[in-house]
Write a protein that binds this ligand. Structure first.
Ligand code: FRU
Length: 494
């Protein structure tokens, strides 16, 4: 085995396995050691779910990209496998960037990733090129294809940039007996496009269409695309860089969007009808989906924002987390997201309260914890609208994170400014919810250093990290005005 990969495998085994369990989330994927960004290769292989990730084992900040590797039977209990690939070839000397995986008809697992090649010219300038490469393996060990790369600058449409050509998401079309891959590219106007390629063997590819382009409307470069059908609705997902905010619909910087529309498989044409944000929290990027054996479309994302990824004030030997995998469905053209149902098997110590009057701040006996699945249903009391309803989590005498609902404007606000942050980074974000009648249902999943909020059955989601000391496990409820709540709370126990 190549020495770079062997070195990473040795390192993670020695140092990763020394990290105490209590210092990691319980059911969210984190790197074995060091740094993690995007999910890669989220797929089913030989009946198990595999997930790879952008990985730099030697530091808690981004470095030359390797692929880390985990697998699971139920999307909740994950098991580490040895690092899968390292930047050890001439065509990926500057990193094995994001990509995807698929089970081949012959039983091998194929990884498709972006090789980043850097060369210093004689005048000193560092030239960078991105190209798509493949590797074959058995679910643990992988060998890079001898004729890599399989997609290069020669496969780009006119005006496409060879510097920004990355993040292949491959799938197999069983009916047509072929493979498709979507790849992100920067076009001549400086903004992103998603290219669609087709192949019989996953080695020889031909571009069949440009699915969609930003035209500088939804950010500049588009990263990490995914494309799938939900019934007859085509969904194109991408993570734009350098977005401009638009009211509360999109925020500045690294964003995440889904484009819905129609897709004609004969002409490979996607016609966009609408664009929305996928997640309204502080930390959500580069989502990737798979189709589970029972036909569900399941999505996972990096639960981190690039802009705040230099905040390592909490003590840790690892950095970066994935979201909880989510089941997707479409309702009235909108994506609905719900935590995978498998989580419910791990609920324990259920506590239930109904019709609790809330005016001032209250705490309910046994409603606390940092590994929690809690559903809170709020409604007005006596027909009069309350002004605000506030849930505080990860709370002690000094710290808390708040989730506030203001029914008048129908705004839900997530705010971690009092969570113990010691950096001046974005800490609060809003989402406009659908109803204004004072009724709202929030499912809140807490796993040590993260809070994921699913609004009204998954119509909206807000995912954020919080690096509050683990001892802060209080939860409180308060209303300005009068509200009535039901609370259903479980611990998650693996
Ligand atoms: C997105 C991204 C990808 C790239 C990877 C590098 O977060 O920038 O476009 O492949 O990260 O780690």
């Amino acid at each position: 085995m190549d020495s770079k990969l062997q070195q990473a495998r040795n390192y993670e085994e020695i140092y990763g396995d020394r990290i105490p369990k209590a210092e990691r989330p319980l059911f969210h994927v984190v790197p074995r050691i060091g740094w993690m960004n995007d999910p890669n290769g989220f797929s089913v292989y030989k009946g198990e779910y595999h997930l790879f990730y952008q990985y730099y084992p030697y530091n808690t900040s981004w470095g030359p990209m390797h692929w880390g590797h985990v697998k699971t039977k139920d999307l909740i209990r994950w098991e580490w496998l040895p690092a899968a690939i390292a930047p050890d070839a001439e065509y990926d000397n500057a990193g094995c960037f994001s990509g995807s995986a698929v089970e081949m008809p012959d039983g091998r697992q194929l990884l498709m990733y972006t090789g980043v090649k850097e060369n210093q010219r004689e005048d000193g300038f560092i030239e960078s090129r991105q190209m798509q490469c493949i590797a074959f393996g058995d679910g643990v060990d992988y060998e890079k294809y001898e004729n890599n790369p399989v997609l290069t600058a020669a496969d780009l449409p006119e005006g496409g940039s060879a510097v920004d050509f990355r993040d292949p998401k491959i799938w197999r079309d069983d009916k047509e007996n072929c493979f498709y891959v979507v790849v992100a590219n920067r076009t001549e106007d400086g903004s992103g496009a998603i290219l669609l390629y087709r192949s019989e063997d996953a080695v020889n590819w031909k571009m069949v269409s440009v699915l969609d382009r930003s035209r500088n409307e939804y950010g500049r470069m588009w990263e990490c695309p995914d494309f799938f059908m939900m019934g007859d609705c085509a969904v194109l997902i991408t993570s734009p860089q350098e977005m401009l905010s638009r009211g509360r619909a999109f925020h500045n910087g690294f964003g995440n969007i889904y484009l819905t529309g129609t897709y004609d498989p004969q002409t490979y044409r996607f016609v966009r009808k609408a664009a929305h944000a996928i997640d309204y929290g502080l930390d959500f990027y580069a989502p990737q989906t798979l189709e589970s054996p029972d036909g569900r479309r399941i999505m996972i994302a990096w639960m981190q924002s690039w802009e705040s990824s230099h905040d390592h004030t909490y003590i840790g030997k690892w950095f970066g987390m994935m979201t909880l995998p989510r089941e997707l469905s479409i309702k009235k053209g909108r994506l609905i997201q719900q935590p995978v149902r498998e989580l419910e098997q791990y609920r324990a110590n259920g506590v239930f309260y109904t019709d609790v009057d809330v005016q001032e701040r209250i705490q309910l006996p046994e409603v606390q914890g940092r590994c929690v699945d809690m559903t809170v249903t709020v409604r007005p009391s006596g027909g009069r609208l309350y002004e605000r309803f506030i849930i505080k989590v990860a709370k002690d005498t000094r710290f808390y994170t708040s989730i506030t609902y203001s029914p008048g404007e129908s705004i839900l606000t997530f705010d971690r400014s009092n969570s113990g942050l010691r950096r001046d980074i974005v800490s609060s974000r809003d989402v406009v919810t659908r109803f204004r009648d004072g009724k709202i249902k929030l499912r809140i999943i807490i796993d040590l250093y993260s809070v994921e909020v699913f609004v009204n059955g998954g119509e909206q989601a807000l995912s954020s990290t919080i690096y509050t000391e683990p001892e802060a496990e209080g939860i409180s409820f308060e209303a300005e005005g009068m509200a009535i709540v039901d609370v259903e709370k479980y611990d998650i126990v693996l």
